[in-house]
Design a protein around this ligand. Structure first.
Ligand SMILES: [Zn+2]
Length: 175
């Protein structure tokens, strides 16, 4: 008699964070700061997003906002109850506010953002005592990899700017 094993694999936070990192790469390929987000419920993807404010001419086009908007459409509900949002970078004030409005259950983020992080680094919007909706937070999942992706991007961008400046100076000297 053969034994039948039910396949009920529960994916880990790291698994979903890797998926968010894949989305961040899509942002990077468009010259945008590499941040990706995945909205998950019941071990399934509800919606995804990556950062692309520059190409969309949209200051609100952060990875999290895109994932939350698509999640609402997917669930046909403006309340995204019992969902977990995975993001490669600690959310900013705007995105943290959107998370409170959307009523997500849990936030999991990768790298901390000392300059603009609103989950404790700069300010703590999500755990503010007066906040009517409490979100469970897990930070630092694959933090080193998420952070390395960002620092590599900024380093490359600085080098590109430098090279461009050098080229312009050379052209000026020739003219
Ligand atoms: Zn944001």
């Amino acid at each position: 008699m053969t034994e039948i094993h039910a396949v009920t694999e529960i994916y880990s936070d790291e698994y979903w964070m890797r998926r968010a990192m894949d989305l961040a790469i899509q942002a990077q390929e468009r010259g945008e700061i590499p941040v990706g987000a995945v909205l998950v419920a019941d071990n399934k993807v509800i919606a995804e997003g990556f950062n692309h404010p520059i190409t969309e001419h949209d200051p609100t086009a952060h990875a999290e906002i895109i994932a939350l908007r698509r999640g609402g459409i997917q669930l046909q509900n403006y309340r995204l109850l019992n969902t977990t949002l995975y993001v490669t970078l600690e959310p900013c004030v705007m995105c943290a506010g959107a998370m409170v409005h959307s009523r997500i259950q849990r936030l999991v983020y990768g790298a901390s953002d000392m300059k603009t992080g609103a989950a404790g680094s700069l300010v703590d919007i999500l755990r503010h005592p007066g906040m009517n909706h409490k979100i469970q937070i897990t930070g630092g999942v694959l933090a080193e990899e998420c952070s390395a992706m960002l620092s590599t991007f900024f380093k490359q961008r600085r080098e590109q700017h430098k090279a461009l400046k050098k080229l312009k100076n050379q052209q000026q000297e020739l003219s």
